[in-house]
Design a protein around this ligand. Structure first.
Ligand code: ZN
Length: 202
């Protein structure tokens, strides 16, 4: 499966000059929502990810996704794995589990995102799951931005990766393009201005 081509065909791999939520700049931006707007593509990707997870032998009771980014990927993956699908959401800046979702003591929970950059949101949500008695058995994402090592990849974990090293991380593809601190950004040096993804309809 050529995940990069799927993102490009869906106009989900944007090229330009972007200001990321971290404040850093990048020439590329991944907009997974554009890939997942086609339910058939969402199913195709989730099935491939589920296949990889099942092959590992990991046992899972529940998939938990941090909203909003992970919602569709999390649901599609839970469907492919035939397990329960729940989500965590930010309320007043704090990640929380609401909506009447319950977690049993020792329930084996796989965290799911559309894209793992450093894994910060996934781990914030995982902390809430743990506080309710759940056990985090792994992390999954459609795409990996290349800061954390996923199963079966040569990409090595970078210091900014927030995923724990003692549980597996599954993703379909590494997208390892560079990010720049604003004062070191070559695109800024060339005179263009970084835009926030979403600010011009993307
Ligand atoms: Zn820049």
């Amino acid at each position: 499966m050529n995940v990069k081509k799927i993102y490009m065909d869906a106009d989900a791999l944007l090229e330009g000059h972007f200001k990321l939520s971290s404040g850093n700049h990048s020439q590329f931006y991944l907009q997974s929502a554009k890939v997942l707007e086609d339910p058939k593509t969402a199913k195709l990707l989730a099935d491939a990810l589920a296949k990889q997870i099942k092959a590992s032998g990991l046992e899972i009771d529940t998939v938990c996704a941090p909203a909003l980014g992970g919602l569709i990927a999390g649901f599609a993956l839970a469907q492919a794995l035939d397990v329960r699908s729940i989500f965590a959401e930010r309320v007043g800046g704090e990640m929380s589990i609401r909506r009447g979702f319950e977690i049993k003591k020792g329930e084996r929970v796989l965290m799911c995102e559309d894209i793992i950059t450093t894994g910060g949101s996934a781990m914030e949500a995982a902390a809430v799951v743990k506080s309710l008695g759940g056990e985090i058995v792994g992390v999954a994402a459609l795409a990996n931005r290349g800061f954390c090592k996923r199963e079966g990849s040569d990409v090595q974990t970078q210091p900014n990766c927030k995923l724990p090293q003692d549980i597996p991380f599954f993703a379909l593809e590494d997208f390892t393009f560079e990010i720049y601190e604003p004062d070191k950004c070559p695109l800024c040096k060339d005179g263009s201005e970084a835009i926030k993804p979403g600010s011009r309809g993307n």
